[in-house]
Design a protein. Structure first.
Lengths: 304, 254
């Protein structure tokens, strides 16, 4: 009976998600698509931070790398979205493993500083490597995705495209969590020394977390670039990294459903609060503090 | 020989924690390591399991005369895979995972855990593994709490869960660091039975313990460390009479 109720709930939620653009206007569809990008990002960081317990403070830089590779491949080489997607994925995966190399040996504060440094280095490269990235002016004119003769152009189109990625990646991450790899990651998060003494190759497992988590950021970046059509270093700042970390933490570290819900809440809140104008971010911050006080283990508690 | 150390030495700066320790662990035996606090017992375990690289000396595992396998430069993960499992003095469980999951983690290194198998689950294999995990929990007497979060267990059960997790990696040699510390006499008897059952499975057990009743009761051989030096080695009866051991524990007679 309980299992049955669970299924009904999933179907109702999925149905609501599918008909969402028909019920609202293009503005909210656009916002929902942005929320979708953040869901993908928080799912990716969830692997590194939530599953494996590595505090990665430079995740927005990986998102940016995905976006920049897509933008450059699209504007210079005129590659389609379906070709820039694997390019972004692999490039971001590579840079993520590169960022992981020094980070893997460190813990706590030191780890946070190294990943923070990585994020800043990449952002400064976006800003100052004018020859490649066009500096603060950013890159414009990134082509919209096409699927055979169908051109993605309206907010509704992009909503369904991001929905496809969200569902696929959520399923992928869910399967990972349930797998032996997922169990090994959780073991590393709980106690690294005990995990080693159980014969788990902790170095390899951490690199794997960086690779997969990074690759997912690349997918989000690629989608973002082709959707908005314009990217600049401003979109990939430390603030973004912190926002994504907040989503994972509020979701309850490693909880997939929780991180999806908190990604939606945290990306919609600033829009909902627009009525408060300049007090918007103040209220946003206050709400974050309140959530942390009253729900320190995340918005959704794991059933124990 | 299951395990042999040759002149194993470990320095921490100027402190000599282990000083030219030679021991042999015979296959299929229960062997205990005793000594006053700070004698270097846990350091010795850490050197064998690769947690600390020894300063000098050698550790051989499963060595035969023609081909010696020294393991003193291997990583803890590699040593575990060779078949040396251990528990820790201050219990190191995966606190927020269930008992079942704790033991399952021990099984990971003995099964394929690639990305491929993540998406194409071999259900018969999965079932086999989960049966093995339940068997192990049954073996240590924790089958009824398989789905409890491990940090919620009472202390004695946590210790036994840690043993089950160590057994999950299918070891030939099991190292236990103070397996009955803080237990009452009833629980100690249970752990002694468990250790004998483990020996019955053909697994060699090497343990550190302060509880002399237990040491004298189940050990085939006792090794005594004091200030990083091996001062005695032999059957429990001989150790009880050994002058050096008595001096190390009680001090010299004036």
């Amino acid at each position: 009976m309980k299992k049955y109720g669970q299924k009904v709930k999933i179907i109702v939620v999925l149905a609501a998600v599918f008909i969402f653009p028909l019920l609202t206007n293009s503005y909210w569809t656009h916002i929902a698509t942005l929320a979708g990008v953040y869901i993908i990002l928080s799912l990716g960081l969830n692997i590194i931070l939530g599953f494996c317990g590595i505090l990665m403070l430079g995740y927005a830089a990986l998102y940016g790398i995905g976006a920049y590779f897509a933008a450059l491949a699209s504007t210079n080489l005129h590659l389609s979205f379906w070709l820039t997607l694997p390019i972004s994925f692999l490039a971001t995966l590579f840079f993520s493993v590169l960022a992981g190399a020094p980070a893997i040996r460190l813990k706590g504060d030191y780890l946070a500083i190294v990943t923070l440094g990585f994020g800043e280095i990449i952002r400064l490269l976006f800003n100052n490597l004018d020859v490649v990235t066009n500096g603060p002016k950013g890159i414009r004119g990134i082509a919209h995705p096409e699927f055979f003769s169908f051109k993605f152009s309206s907010p509704t189109h992009f909503y369904y495209l991001v929905l496809f990625f969200v569902l696929a990646i959520a399923f992928f991450v869910y399967k990972l969590k349930k797998s032996k790899i997922g169990k090994a990651w959780f073991a590393i998060k709980e106690d690294e020394i005990a995990a080693q003494s159980c014969g788990i190759d902790t170095t390899y497992m951490k690199f794997l977390a960086f690779a997969i988590g990074g690759g997912i950021a690349g997918i989000a970046g690629c989608f973002y670039a082709h959707w908005i059509g314009f990217i600049s270093p401003e979109s990939f700042t430390f603030y973004e990294s912190v926002l994504i970390v907040s989503m994972v933490v509020l979701g309850g570290m490693g909880n997939i459903k929780g991180c999806i819900i908190s990604a939606i809440i945290l990306s919609l809140l600033p829009e909902v609060l627009r009525g408060f104008q300049s007090y918007r971010m103040l209220i946003f911050g206050a709400l974050l503090v309140l959530i942390m006080i009253f729900k320190p283990e995340g918005l959704i508690l794991k059933k124990k | 020989m299951m395990l042999t150390t040759k002149a194993l030495t470990k320095n921490f700066g100027g402190v000599i924690a282990l000083n030219n320790v030679d021991i042999t662990i015979e296959k299929g035996k229960i062997i205990s390591l005793i000594g006053p606090n700070g004698a270097g017992k846990t350091t010795f375990f850490n050197c064998i399991t690769g947690m600390y690289p020894p300063t000098s000396g050698k550790v051989y595992f499963n060595a035969s005369s023609e081909k010696n396998k020294d393991i003193d430069r291997l990583k803890p993960m590699e040593i575990a895979r060779l078949g040396i499992a251990r528990t820790f003095q201050n219990i190191r469980l995966f606190a927020n995972m269930t008992c079942f999951e704790n033991v399952l983690v021990g099984k990971i290194c003995r099964s394929k855990a690639g990305l491929f198998s993540t998406f194409f689950t071999d259900f018969s294999k999965e079932k086999e593994i989960s049966e093995e995990v339940y068997d192990l929990l049954e073996f240590v007497g924790l089958a009824d709490v398989a789905n409890e979060i491990s940090q919620n267990l009472p202390y004695g059960k946590q210790r036994r869960l840690e043993i089950a997790r160590a057994l999950a990696i299918k070891p030939q040699l099991l190292l236990l660091d103070e397996p009955v510390a803080g237990m009452n006499s009833q629980e100690i008897i249970e752990v002694m039975d468990l250790i004998k059952k483990i020996q019955g499975k053909g697994i060699t057990v090497f343990f550190i313990e302060h509880d002399m009743k237990m040491v004298m009761n189940i050990s085939d051989k006792v090794i005594v460390l004091n200030y990083g030096i091996k001062i005695a080695e032999g059957p429990p009866e001989d150790i009880q009479k050994n002058e050096k051991v008595i001096t190390a524990y009680l001090g010299e007679e004036r």
